[in-house]
Design a protein around this ligand. Structure first.
Ligand code: SAM
Length: 355
């Protein structure tokens, strides 16, 4: 018998630790006003437990889409490389990896030939948090001692190139990036990166300039136009591709900060060490806590569905409902929510498809 679920889990983030060798100014996990409460890092056995739970879920529900597991979160995942690689090796040796895709978001500073060789063997696709050229990146991404990190990150990217890996970068949309967006595009063209996934800036400390929801959608439009202006057909912009898929009726319910739709808790989970939350922004908030790392995945989904039932659905009459799928639930539930800027961007993407 095939069991039925309304939505499938598409993406699971695993944050093995809450320690980082960087101290980025805007990092929401280390925002002094709400820092993450550090827990014991995940051991190899803990990571195996999580991987097995995900495997059991994909077998039990015969999933149509392969689940994406991303090692990312509240620290630098490569500081837990020994635990990750050992757990992954065992998992592969048991042949359980075939129905799952693996990724890692890293600050890039610890990438070595040895690590990258192993990553390739384990089929973990890395992407690097590079905010742009030194002028942009070094404004915010520092080592804990205050030294800039651009050079070390580019060194890490060089190692990836040496092993013929696709170069994927995850810049966060900072004020500096917005102010120098042309320079950013010239940089990615010169560096011939393969893919760029922009991250919407959220939950920054009060000393840091925030980027509003409206400005995020405005800058996405600028990005869309610059990709055309610079004729960057060979550089995939993950965010734009995600909206194209949504408009075509094939949405990836992952996250509006990097993609097109929110899947928090129903299609998307994050393990912040041993605690499981619907989304990375919800850490420290026990109202959103779904459970512990050794519980079944469907238990988290059911719990989230119940939480969502409480909220009135105001989107039923919206003509863009089908392509929107779901906006970030934290934004939706906020007092001053207004999705006009998102709607305008969605309309742009719909018009593009009609051309
Ligand atoms: C928290 S880091 C953890 C993984 C790893 N240490 C790294 O730097 O890639 C994951 C991603 O979140 C981004 N990030 C940090 N603070 C952010 C914020 N306030 N808003 C949006 N993205 C943020 C980082 O730039 C990075 O790309």
């Amino acid at each position: 018998m095939v069991l039925e679920i309304k939505e499938q889990i598409e993406k699971v983030c695993i944050s093995p630790n809450s320690v980082c060798n960087f101290a980025c100014r805007y990092c929401y996990f280390y925002n002094p006003e709400n820092p993450i409460f550090p827990q014991k890092s995940l051991t190899e056995t803990d990571i195996r437990t999580i991987l097995d739970k995900i495997y059991d879920y994909s077998v039990k529900f015969k999933l149509k889409k392969k689940i994406k597991i991303i090692f990312v979160g509240s620290g630098e995942p490569l500081l837990s490389w020994k635990e990750i690689s050992l757990a992954m090796e065992e998992f592969r040796n048991e042949g359980k990896h075939k129905e799952i895709k693996f990724y890692m978001v890293t600050n890039g500073s610890l990438l070595s030939d040895e690590i990258v060789r192993k990553m390739k063997e384990l089929a973990i696709i890395p992407s690097v948090s590079l905010d742009g050229p030194a002028l942009i990146h070094n404004k915010n991404r520092f080592y804990a001692d205050g030294n800039p990190t651009f050079d070390v990150v580019m060194k890490g990217i060089k190692v990836l190139r040496r092993h013929n890996l696709r170069i994927i970068i995850n810049p966060t949309i900072t004020r500096e990036l917005i102010d120098n967006i042309d320079l950013f595009f010239k940089f990615i063209r010169k560096e011939r990166f393969d893919k760029v996934i922009f991250g919407r800036m959220i939950d920054v400390p009060s000393f840091y300039p925030p980027i509003s929801y409206d400005n995020y959608y405005r800058i996405l439009k600028v990005i869309y136009n610059l990709q055309i202006k610079y004729n960057l057909k060979n550089i995939e912009i993950g965010n734009i591709e995600a909206f194209r898929k949504a408009v075509k009726g094939e949405p990836e319910r992952t996250c509006t900060l990097i993609g097109s739709c929110c899947g928090a808790g129903t299609s998307n989970l994050i393990y912040l060490q041993r605690e499981v939350y619907p989304c990375g922004r919800m850490f420290n908030d026990k109202n959103w806590l779904l459970g512990e790392f050794d519980q079944n995945i469907e238990f988290f989904q059911e719990k989230m569905m119940k939480k969502l039932e409480k909220y009135e659905n105001e989107c039923n009459d919206c003509d863009l409902r089908k392509v929107c799928v779901r906006d970030c639930i934290l934004d939706t539930f906020s007092y001053l929510y207004n999705c006009q800027a998102r709607k305008e961007f969605l309309k742009l993407m719909i018009n593009e498809l009609d051309k």
